[in-house]
Write a protein that binds this ligand. Sequence first.
Ligand code: ZN
Length: 134
Amino acid sequence: MIALNVIREYAKSISPEDIGRAHKCFEANGTPFYMVESSRDALVEHKVCWSKEHGFTCTCESGQRGFSNCRKGVCQHAIIAVAASAEEQAAMKEQIALNQPAPVSHVSSTEQSAPAWILNHPVASHMQLSPCEK
Ligand SMILES: [Zn+2]
């Protein structure tokens, strides 16, 4: 069985057009898989699955032969599925980063340690002439 990180390396050279041929689906039990459009026939899709026990499987001809004729150890569909998955994860990370609140640029130690009511309340009238209150 070929290591997933080797396929991830191959997946980096997949074009955005090819990634667009893959779409993620889910089994009834929630297990994800990819349907990848055939490069020869746009009406044909191959189902690419991955499991710990079997690694990649694909419903294409090569997949049915256990990828024995594939130079990279898996068919192009599996590599496209990995590329699509990587792209999806990158997009998710980006989305999470966008949802983070902007970092607070500068908070003085007084503002951090003092209770909010002290900072928000007006200065008492008898204290306004104090040298510290400006
Ligand atoms: Zn295949």
